[in-house]
Design a protein around this ligand. Structure first.
Ligand SMILES: NC(=O)C1=CN([C@@H]2O[C@H](COP(=O)(O)OP(=O)(O)OC[C@H]3O[C@@H](n4cnc5c(N)ncnc54)[C@H](OP(=O)(O)O)[C@@H]3O)[C@@H](O)[C@H]2O)C=CC1
Ligand SMILES: O=C(O)C1=N[C@H](C(=O)O)C[C@H](O)C1
Length: 247
């Protein structure tokens, strides 16, 4: 049995992860950690793996606390920048433990990101539209940021230049945020869960890649896969695609 602690256990994702772990015959939920609880070997209760779905401003400290307690970490919380990833990667290596951070654990989103990167060199234009529930605290979504970075990297590798865009005046930011040169647009709408469209355009044609998570159960197979396999890859792994050997 793999012993699992869930950090952020009272949240939308954390509570769904607790249910999924409890329903899995090979996993044992040993700790539910909520905001205000200490994060130390005592509260982590002998866990082998901790799963973090909290908030961008606390997740890095949580991962360091897990590594100090010699526990692997699976992280879905968004907001990771390169410096934080570097720090956590170094800590994981010295602790001899593993960390898996993925902006999205849904298979449809993982594949949409891969397909977007594959398609990017073949289209002049690419833009990312992410659409979420209005209780989400960060924008753009971690998934959209990762998608845009993947598109930009594929375009750069193919030697492509800037996308066509004649906009000279945009005082209100209507053209969206730019991530590595790729426009990213965020919608917050009651009724939505987590959705993304990647729009790719050429003269006379368009490719739309769309992923929809209608329910948070969509993330659970990926989270449970990560819990079961995180310890097999030393140090830091970013992205479920890398953990699954798709990258
Ligand atoms: N990778 C993926 O597949 C997915 C990632 N996400 C990401 O996961 C994160 C959480 O999303 P969601 O569940 O919707 O958010 P919620 O706000 O519903 O849940 C976050 C929970 O974490 C708690 N929390 C805050 N700080 C701490 C702390 N230091 N220790 C323990 N618990 C803490 C919050 O408590 P309180 O409310 O009291 O602050 C809250 O209960 C977001 O970054 C989101 O983008 C979401 C869906 C899928
Ligand atoms: O906050 C959410 O809900 C989600 N967050 C992640 C993100 O920011 O990409 C994953 C998914 O989009 C749901």
């Amino acid at each position: 049995m793999v012993k699992v602690a869930v950090i952020g256990a009272a949240g939308r994702m954390g509570s769904t992860v607790c249910e999924a772990v409890e329903a899995a015959p090979d996993l044992d939920l040993v700790a539910r950690i909520e905001a205000g609880d200490a994060l130390d070997p005592g509260t982590l209760a002998g866990a082998d793996v901790a799963v973090d779905f909290t908030r961008p401003e606390v997740t890095e400290a949580n991962v360091h606390a897990c590594l100090d307690a010699r526990i692997h970490a699976v992280v879905g919380t968004t907001g990771w920048g390169p410096d934080a990833l570097e720090r956590v990667g170094a800590h994981a290596r010295t602790a001899g433990r593993s960390v898996l951070i993925a902006p999205n654990f849904a298979m449809s989103a993982v594949l949409a990101m891969r397909f977007a990167a594959m398609a990017a060199p073949y289209f002049e234009s690419a833009e990312v539209l992410e659409m979420h529930h209005p209780d989400k605290v960060d924008a753009p979504s971690g998934t959209a940021a990762a998608t845009a970075r993947g598109i930009a990297a594929a375009r750069a590798e193919a030697g492509m230049g800037a996308m066509p865009d004649a906009t000279l005046s945009d005082p209100l930011g209507a053209r969206g945020a730019r991530i590595d040169g790729v426009p990213v647009h965020a919608v917050r709408l009651r009724g939505l869960t987590a959705h993304e469209e990647i729009l790719l355009g050429n003269p006379g044609e368009q490719l739309v890649i769309r992923t929809d998570s209608f329910d948070r159960v969509s993330f659970m197979p990926g989270v449970l896969f990560a819990v079961r396999h995180v310890g097999e890859r030393p140090g830091l792994t970013v992205g479920l695609d890398a953990a699954m050997g798709l990258a």
